[in-house]
Design a protein around this ligand. Structure first.
Ligand SMILES: C[S@@+](CC[C@H](N)C(=O)[O-])C[C@H]1O[C@@H](n2cnc3c(N)ncnc32)[C@H](O)[C@@H]1O
Length: 240
């Protein structure tokens, strides 16, 4: 499907998640054969949260990452701009706080978080340099982030199988069960993901170090981690 232009992307994304929110969790479990929660647990493992650590789940949706952090006795805050997704998150007893807000202007004080987790939200954000500038602002020096996203396997045969599944089966399941255009968008939106070297360069410029990437499911899923450096470097967005 044709992706929305950058200027209309945020409104498009918010309206889409409002629409699919009641079926979002069900579709996630179905599309990933129930593996998605194990990936979220791994992302939270990589943050090495101490009890009482403050973790922001950015683009929290129904709050799976925040709930996992809360289970580990972190103080978890879920932030999202979709009312529908936040309504679903509120409906569970996840033991975390919820904030309605925009990843481009996080309504939290500078250096207020020990960690940030973000699951499958990156390709939905507009203005990544600005988003990463916000991460660097709200994280304490030494604070860690874990970014969980889809990826494409390196092996050609696996890539072909993955492409067929992700661009053929997923939109079909979405059309049958949830929302036709939303699940076509979710597949097509991988085009928004920067290549690994570009992503790492953006993160470095925003002031992150110790960047690493872990592959899951034969490379179909990635977790990128990093740490906020003590001294931050001015980034392109000039947000600090
Ligand atoms: C694919 S869902 C992921 C939800 C959840 N993190 C998960 O792991 O399932 C992406 C979420 O990011 C949110 N989102 C996208 N852009 C956002 C922005 N600029 N600010 C806040 N939330 C945003 C959407 O509303 C949506 O709930």
């Amino acid at each position: 499907m044709a992706l929305p232009a950058e200027s209309g992307k945020a409104a498009f994304v918010r309206a889409m998640f409002d629409r699919i929110s009641p079926r979002y969790d069900f579709m996630n479990r179905l599309m990933t054969f129930g593996r998605d929660q194990a990936w979220r647990r791994r992302a939270i493992d990589l943050l090495e949260l101490e009890p009482g650590a403050v973790m922001l789940d950015l683009g929290c949706g129904t709050g799976d990452l925040a709930a996992e952090a809360a289970r580990r006795r972190a103080v978890a805050i879920g932030l999202d701009f979709s009312e529908g997704m936040l309504r679903e998150a509120k409906g569970r007893d996840g033991g975390f706080a919820l904030v309605r807000g925009d990843a481009l202007a996080i309504p939290l004080a500078s250096r207020s978080c020990d960690a940030i987790a973000s699951g499958f939200a990156l390709r939905n954000f507009s203005g990544l340099a600005r988003v990463f500038g916000e991460w660097a602002r709200v994280l304490k020096p030494g604070g860690r982030f874990a970014l969980l996203e889809v990826d494409s396997p390196r092996n050609a045969l696996l890539r072909l199988g993955h492409h067929t599944y992700f661009h053929g089966v997923v939109p079909l399941l979405g059309r049958l069960i949830a929302d036709r255009s939303a699940y076509s968008y979710l597949s097509s939106s991988v085009a928004y993901l920067p290549a690994e070297h570009e992503l790492f360069e953006m993160l470095r410029r925003a002031g992150f170090e110790a960047l690493a990437k872990e592959h899951l499911l034969a490379g179909a899923v990635q977790i990128v981690t990093g740490r906020r450096a003590a001294e931050r470097v001015q980034n392109d967005a000039g947000t600090f």
